[in-house]
Design a protein around this ligand. Structure first.
Ligand code: ZN
Length: 250
Protein backbone atom coordinates (compact mmCIF):
# COMPACT_ATOMS: atom_id res chain seq x y z
CA UNK A 1 0.00 0.00 0.00
CA UNK A 2 1.16 3.50 -0.58
CA UNK A 3 -0.03 6.97 -0.08
CA UNK A 4 1.64 10.14 -1.05
CA UNK A 5 1.78 12.76 -3.61
CA UNK A 6 2.89 13.67 -7.06
CA UNK A 7 6.30 13.23 -8.65
CA UNK A 8 9.12 14.70 -6.65
CA UNK A 9 7.49 14.25 -3.29
CA UNK A 10 8.28 11.66 -0.74
CA UNK A 11 5.90 8.72 -0.58
CA UNK A 12 5.10 6.40 2.28
CA UNK A 13 4.72 2.65 1.92
CA UNK A 14 3.99 -0.35 4.09
CA UNK A 15 3.76 -4.07 3.56
CA UNK A 16 4.19 -7.48 5.12
CA UNK A 17 7.75 -8.54 4.33
CA UNK A 18 10.56 -11.02 4.80
CA UNK A 19 14.15 -9.90 5.09
CA UNK A 20 16.18 -11.47 2.28
CA UNK A 21 19.58 -9.87 2.75
CA UNK A 22 21.31 -7.37 4.98
CA UNK A 23 24.63 -5.73 4.17
CA UNK A 24 26.46 -3.37 6.49
CA UNK A 25 27.14 0.10 5.15
CA UNK A 26 29.67 2.17 6.98
CA UNK A 27 29.43 2.58 10.70
CA UNK A 28 25.81 2.02 11.45
CA UNK A 29 23.57 1.78 8.44
CA UNK A 30 22.53 -1.36 6.70
CA UNK A 31 21.34 -1.99 3.21
CA UNK A 32 18.31 -4.26 3.57
CA UNK A 33 16.59 -6.26 0.86
CA UNK A 34 13.06 -7.36 1.59
CA UNK A 35 10.60 -9.46 -0.31
CA UNK A 36 7.31 -7.69 0.27
CA UNK A 37 3.75 -8.67 -0.52
CA UNK A 38 2.72 -5.28 -1.82
CA UNK A 39 5.83 -4.02 -3.60
CA UNK A 40 7.91 -7.09 -4.48
CA UNK A 41 11.64 -6.79 -3.87
CA UNK A 42 12.47 -3.57 -2.02
CA UNK A 43 15.97 -2.40 -1.22
CA UNK A 44 15.99 -0.05 1.74
CA UNK A 45 18.48 1.71 3.99
CA UNK A 46 18.07 0.87 7.64
CA UNK A 47 19.42 3.96 9.36
CA UNK A 48 21.38 2.80 12.35
CA UNK A 49 19.27 -0.31 12.28
CA UNK A 50 22.13 -2.49 13.37
CA UNK A 51 22.88 -0.54 16.54
CA UNK A 52 19.55 0.93 17.39
CA UNK A 53 18.00 -2.00 19.12
CA UNK A 54 15.65 0.37 20.75
CA UNK A 55 14.36 1.60 17.47
CA UNK A 56 13.99 -1.65 15.62
CA UNK A 57 14.13 -3.96 18.57
CA UNK A 58 16.57 -6.35 16.95
CA UNK A 59 13.73 -7.43 14.73
CA UNK A 60 15.45 -7.23 11.42
CA UNK A 61 16.17 -10.86 11.17
CA UNK A 62 15.33 -13.62 8.82
CA UNK A 63 12.68 -16.22 9.49
CA UNK A 64 10.23 -13.75 10.94
CA UNK A 65 7.26 -12.21 9.19
CA UNK A 66 7.58 -8.46 9.44
CA UNK A 67 5.36 -5.50 8.88
CA UNK A 68 7.63 -2.78 7.54
CA UNK A 69 7.08 0.82 6.55
CA UNK A 70 9.42 2.86 4.42
CA UNK A 71 9.74 6.27 2.84
CA UNK A 72 10.71 6.85 -0.77
CA UNK A 73 12.32 10.10 -1.83
CA UNK A 74 12.94 10.58 -5.56
CA UNK A 75 16.56 9.95 -6.49
CA UNK A 76 17.47 8.37 -3.18
CA UNK A 77 17.47 4.92 -1.70
CA UNK A 78 14.27 4.36 0.30
CA UNK A 79 14.60 4.54 4.07
CA UNK A 80 13.08 2.15 6.55
CA UNK A 81 10.87 3.88 9.08
CA UNK A 82 9.41 1.03 11.14
CA UNK A 83 9.58 -2.74 11.42
CA UNK A 84 7.46 -4.97 13.61
CA UNK A 85 7.31 -8.72 13.95
CA UNK A 86 3.96 -10.21 12.96
CA UNK A 87 4.92 -13.86 13.33
CA UNK A 88 8.14 -15.64 14.23
CA UNK A 89 9.22 -19.01 12.99
CA UNK A 90 12.00 -19.75 15.43
CA UNK A 91 11.88 -23.56 15.19
CA UNK A 92 13.56 -23.10 11.80
CA UNK A 93 16.88 -22.23 13.44
CA UNK A 94 16.87 -25.44 15.46
CA UNK A 95 17.79 -27.47 12.42
CA UNK A 96 20.32 -26.76 9.71
CA UNK A 97 18.19 -28.36 6.99
CA UNK A 98 15.36 -25.98 7.78
CA UNK A 99 17.67 -22.96 7.82
CA UNK A 100 19.14 -23.94 4.48
CA UNK A 101 15.71 -24.36 2.93
CA UNK A 102 14.38 -21.12 4.40
CA UNK A 103 17.37 -19.33 2.84
CA UNK A 104 16.61 -21.11 -0.42
CA UNK A 105 12.96 -19.99 -0.43
CA UNK A 106 13.94 -16.38 0.29
CA UNK A 107 16.55 -16.42 -2.47
CA UNK A 108 14.09 -18.03 -4.89
CA UNK A 109 11.41 -15.42 -4.25
CA UNK A 110 13.83 -12.54 -4.79
CA UNK A 111 15.42 -14.08 -7.89
CA UNK A 112 12.25 -15.33 -9.58
CA UNK A 113 10.18 -12.20 -8.91
CA UNK A 114 12.61 -9.26 -9.05
CA UNK A 115 10.18 -6.85 -10.76
CA UNK A 116 8.63 -4.10 -8.68
CA UNK A 117 4.94 -4.30 -7.87
CA UNK A 118 2.55 -6.36 -5.76
CA UNK A 119 3.38 -10.06 -5.45
CA UNK A 120 0.56 -11.49 -3.34
CA UNK A 121 0.68 -15.01 -4.80
CA UNK A 122 4.43 -15.41 -4.60
CA UNK A 123 4.42 -13.93 -1.10
CA UNK A 124 1.70 -16.39 -0.06
CA UNK A 125 3.78 -19.33 -1.31
CA UNK A 126 6.87 -18.01 0.48
CA UNK A 127 4.97 -17.51 3.73
CA UNK A 128 3.48 -20.99 3.48
CA UNK A 129 6.93 -22.45 2.85
CA UNK A 130 8.54 -20.69 5.82
CA UNK A 131 5.64 -21.55 8.11
CA UNK A 132 5.68 -25.21 7.03
CA UNK A 133 9.42 -25.42 7.77
CA UNK A 134 8.75 -24.02 11.21
CA UNK A 135 6.00 -26.58 11.80
CA UNK A 136 8.37 -29.43 11.04
CA UNK A 137 7.15 -30.66 7.67
CA UNK A 138 9.87 -32.39 5.62
CA UNK A 139 11.97 -29.61 4.00
CA UNK A 140 12.36 -31.38 0.67
CA UNK A 141 8.65 -31.81 0.24
CA UNK A 142 8.04 -28.15 1.05
CA UNK A 143 10.78 -27.13 -1.37
CA UNK A 144 9.13 -28.95 -4.25
CA UNK A 145 5.84 -27.24 -3.43
CA UNK A 146 7.50 -23.82 -3.35
CA UNK A 147 9.37 -24.48 -6.61
CA UNK A 148 6.26 -25.81 -8.33
CA UNK A 149 4.20 -22.85 -7.20
CA UNK A 150 6.80 -20.22 -8.07
CA UNK A 151 7.45 -21.73 -11.50
CA UNK A 152 3.73 -21.87 -12.22
CA UNK A 153 2.86 -18.30 -11.29
CA UNK A 154 6.09 -17.00 -12.85
CA UNK A 155 4.98 -18.37 -16.21
CA UNK A 156 7.74 -20.96 -16.55
CA UNK A 157 5.34 -23.90 -16.44
CA UNK A 158 6.55 -26.39 -17.43
CA UNK A 159 3.85 -27.92 -19.59
CA UNK A 160 3.48 -31.39 -18.13
CA UNK A 161 0.03 -32.10 -19.54
CA UNK A 162 1.26 -34.44 -22.28
CA UNK A 163 4.14 -35.55 -24.46
CA UNK A 164 5.12 -32.55 -26.52
CA UNK A 165 5.59 -34.69 -29.61
CA UNK A 166 2.80 -37.32 -29.74
CA UNK A 167 0.42 -35.92 -27.14
CA UNK A 168 0.14 -39.00 -24.94
CA UNK A 169 -0.68 -38.27 -21.30
CA UNK A 170 0.01 -41.64 -19.76
CA UNK A 171 3.40 -42.93 -20.68
CA UNK A 172 5.02 -45.03 -17.96
CA UNK A 173 8.12 -42.88 -18.25
CA UNK A 174 8.74 -39.42 -19.50
CA UNK A 175 11.89 -37.47 -20.10
CA UNK A 176 12.03 -33.87 -19.08
CA UNK A 177 13.81 -31.32 -21.26
CA UNK A 178 14.35 -27.93 -19.61
CA UNK A 179 14.90 -26.31 -23.01
CA UNK A 180 11.45 -27.58 -24.14
CA UNK A 181 9.74 -26.53 -20.93
CA UNK A 182 8.06 -29.92 -20.98
CA UNK A 183 8.25 -33.68 -21.33
CA UNK A 184 8.53 -36.25 -24.06
CA UNK A 185 7.11 -39.74 -23.58
CA UNK A 186 9.25 -42.85 -23.41
CA UNK A 187 8.61 -43.65 -27.09
CA UNK A 188 9.34 -40.18 -28.44
CA UNK A 189 12.29 -39.20 -26.30
CA UNK A 190 15.85 -39.63 -27.44
CA UNK A 191 18.15 -41.12 -24.81
CA UNK A 192 18.91 -37.87 -23.02
CA UNK A 193 16.71 -35.63 -20.93
CA UNK A 194 15.89 -36.16 -17.28
CA UNK A 195 13.95 -39.30 -16.57
CA UNK A 196 10.63 -38.85 -14.76
CA UNK A 197 8.11 -41.53 -13.86
CA UNK A 198 4.42 -40.97 -14.56
CA UNK A 199 3.93 -40.65 -10.79
CA UNK A 200 6.50 -37.86 -10.60
CA UNK A 201 4.90 -36.05 -13.55
CA UNK A 202 1.47 -36.31 -11.91
CA UNK A 203 2.85 -35.05 -8.60
CA UNK A 204 4.47 -32.06 -10.29
CA UNK A 205 1.17 -31.31 -12.06
CA UNK A 206 -0.54 -31.25 -8.66
CA UNK A 207 2.17 -28.97 -7.24
CA UNK A 208 1.55 -26.57 -10.11
CA UNK A 209 -2.14 -26.45 -9.26
CA UNK A 210 -1.09 -25.26 -5.85
CA UNK A 211 -4.43 -25.16 -4.02
CA UNK A 212 -4.39 -25.97 -0.32
CA UNK A 213 -6.74 -28.88 -0.84
CA UNK A 214 -4.55 -30.37 -3.54
CA UNK A 215 -1.54 -29.88 -1.30
CA UNK A 216 -3.06 -31.66 1.64
CA UNK A 217 -4.09 -34.60 -0.50
CA UNK A 218 -0.72 -34.80 -2.10
CA UNK A 219 1.36 -37.72 -1.02
CA UNK A 220 4.91 -37.84 -2.14
CA UNK A 221 6.49 -41.28 -1.86
CA UNK A 222 10.26 -41.30 -1.36
CA UNK A 223 10.97 -42.46 -4.89
CA UNK A 224 9.02 -39.60 -6.42
CA UNK A 225 10.52 -37.11 -3.98
CA UNK A 226 13.98 -38.22 -5.11
CA UNK A 227 13.13 -37.87 -8.79
CA UNK A 228 11.71 -34.39 -8.32
CA UNK A 229 14.58 -33.34 -6.08
CA UNK A 230 16.89 -33.81 -9.04
CA UNK A 231 14.74 -32.28 -11.74
CA UNK A 232 12.87 -29.34 -10.18
CA UNK A 233 15.78 -27.34 -8.72
CA UNK A 234 17.71 -27.94 -11.95
CA UNK A 235 14.82 -26.51 -13.93
CA UNK A 236 14.59 -23.49 -11.63
CA UNK A 237 18.26 -22.78 -12.24
CA UNK A 238 17.79 -23.29 -15.97
CA UNK A 239 14.94 -20.76 -15.99
CA UNK A 240 16.95 -18.21 -14.03
CA UNK A 241 20.10 -18.87 -16.01
CA UNK A 242 22.19 -18.94 -12.86
CA UNK A 243 23.28 -21.04 -9.95
CA UNK A 244 21.49 -20.37 -6.69
CA UNK A 245 23.81 -19.87 -3.74
CA UNK A 246 21.58 -21.40 -1.12
CA UNK A 247 20.96 -24.49 -3.22
CA UNK A 248 24.49 -25.78 -3.31
CA UNK A 249 24.74 -29.01 -1.42
CA UNK A 250 20.95 -29.31 -1.20
ZN1 ZN B 1 5.37 -39.10 -27.22
Amino acid sequence: MSRGGSAGERTFHASPAFLVRAVDMGEADRRLSFFTRDAGVVSIIGKSAWRSRKRFGGMLQRYVLLDIAWTEIPGKIPVLSTAAVTASFWPIVEEWERVRHADYFLELAAEMFPQAGPKPKAFGILLDGIRSLSEGEAPGRIARRVEGGFLGIGGWGPDLSKCRRCGTEDSRWFRFFPSEGGVLCGSCAPGDGMRLSLGAVKTWRALQAGSDAARDRLRMPDGIAKELQVVMPAYVEYCLGKTLRSLRGA
